[in-house]
Design a protein around this ligand. Structure first.
Ligand code: UGA
Length: 437
């Protein structure tokens, strides 16, 4: 199928490459010319495992093009909207400027029978508003809301083999036509019996934000338990293992630690609360305020823990921060708990040396005052304390004996509960973690 994808960020670039890999003819469009230049050369503008290989292999087929001109969407039958919906400055609500601009810029290039497919995460009610705009411009064009559930770090796998497909239609009972066209786009996944839910716009939009709200709540739940564990001497990781064995609860997303960050969960729960307020159902989501607060408290608690292991004051203490990205296998530092803690430590007088396998450049752009280095050796040399704030595999596998010869003091704060305390203590380290004795 002839497809255009408007927006080539984490979502759109991966989506474009995956659709081309699946055999479609795709043009990815973005107003950022640097991003387009990099994608044209087959370079991913951000770190995402598997994406460079995919850009190369799809590029070689001639089915994947990139352009900074929306006019190049002309001729495609399906147009995906994959632009960002960041948090508005100084408010909880989502900023829909990019979505609105993407749809507006596309209107002159739509042909009869085209389908516009929204993938961005939007407040409920957006799809119906955009559908009116699209059909006012051309009554033969339809709009579908098809939310995306990909995780950074697993984006390629999640796009090619999603857990489910959700199609929000204007008239799901009366006019399923656009659904049949979308079925052709996702023919591969559907042939593998991927569940597909056809519903109305509002449900489709809410599926996305409520899924993220649930995930955020699950993480904050276990982090609230970590707070109680800290007050009682209990171990939150064992608690998570034990409750996670109940299938109704499940162990995934019960990793206590520094909490959630990134470009999605924090801003999505806030935008959801803001929208609920507009709809007059703010009480229904007031628990999300607590979810947000529990999450942010973990960052302060981690700073306090650092101060504690440094003997009550951070001033002049040399602290090695391992991990700056909001999660492993990503170079994304948007609302990264790790970078936030590193910055707080620095602002409170510590001499922070931070490192990350992929996120150093992005972290430097966001927080230029931090001293960032390339290797664990450089970061930890003569350190008074080592803090693991993003659980990259290379940090989970660190050898405590090797590291013990580099640091100044064998003190480690495990901000992600990703190390085995017995091993580290046996190697002579003072080991501290969140929610564990
Ligand atoms: C999240 C959702 O998981 C995706 O399903 C969704 O499509 C995406 O947002 C989006 O809306 O686009 P992502 O932001 O890539 O994906 O990251 P997650 O894997 O959800 O992790 C979010 C944060 O939670 C990370 O900071 C991670 O370290 C933290 N986390 C995760 C925990 O603290 N504990 C856990 O048990 C799991």
């Amino acid at each position: 199928m002839q497809i255009s994808v408007i927006g080539c960020g984490y979502l759109g670039a991966v989506h474009s490459a995956c659709l081309a890999e699946l055999g479609h003819d795709v043009v990815g469009i973005d107003i950022d010319e640097n991003k387009i230049a990099s994608l044209r050369e087959g370079n991913a503008p951000f770190f995402e495992p598997g994406l460079p290989e995919l850009l190369r292999s799809a590029g070689e087929t001639g089915r994947l093009r990139f352009s900074s001109e929306t006019a190049d969407a002309r001729g495609a039958r399906i147009h995906f909207i994959a632009v960002g919906t960041p948090q508005k400055k100084g408010e909880n609500a989502a900023d829909l400027r990019f979505v609105d601009a993407a749809v507006e810029s596309l209107l002159p290039y739509l042909s009869d029978g085209d389908i516009v497919v929204g993938k961005s995460t939007v407040p409920v009610g957006t799809a119906r508003r955009l559908a009116e705009r699209v059909t006012a411009a051309n009554s033969t064009v339809s709009l579908v809301w098809n939310p995306e559930f990909l995780r950074e770090g697993f984006a390629v796998q999640d796009t090619i083999s999603p857990d489910r497909l959700v199609y929000g239609l204007q008239d799901p009972a009366g006019s399923p036509g656009p659904a049949a066209v979308l079925d052709e786009v996702y023919a591969g996944a559907l042939a593998r019996e991927t569940p597909r839910i056809i519903t109305d716009y509002e449900t489709a939009e809410l599926v996305k934000v409520s899924a993220n709200a649930f995930l955020a709540t699950k993480i904050s739940f276990i982090n609230a338990m970590a707070e109680v564990c800290e007050a009682t001497g209990a171990d939150v990781t064992q608690l998570a293992d034990a409750i996670g064995l109940d299938n109704r609860i499940g162990r995934r997303f019960l990793n206590a630690g520094l909490g959630f960050g990134g470009g999605c969960l924090p801003k999505d729960i806030r935008a959801f609360m803001a929208r609920a307020g507009e709809l007059g159902v703010d009480q229904a989501l007031s628990f999300l305020r607590e979810v947000d607060a529990i999450n942010m408290r973990r960052r302060n608690r981690t700073v306090d823990l650092a101060r504690e292991v440094c003997g009550g004051s951070l001033i002049g203490r040399k602290i090695a921060v391992l991990g700056l990205a909001f999660k492993p296998d990503s170079d994304d530092v948007r609302d990264s708990p790790a970078l936030n803690v590193a910055a707080q430590l620095q602002l409170q007088g510590a001499a922070v040396l931070g490192t990350d396998p992929q996120a150093v450049d992005n972290a430097r752009l966001r927080f230029p005052e931090l001293t960032l280095v390339k290797t664990v050796e450089e970061a930890t040399e003569a350190a008074d304390a080592v803090m693991i704030l993003t659980e990259w595999k290379e940090y989970r596998q660190l050898d405590p004996h090797w590291l013990g010869q580099i640091v100044g003091a064998k003190t480690i704060v495990d901000g992600r509960n990703c190390l085995d305390p017995l091993t580290w203590r046996a190697a002579g380290w003072r080991y501290r973690a969140l929610g564990r004795p």
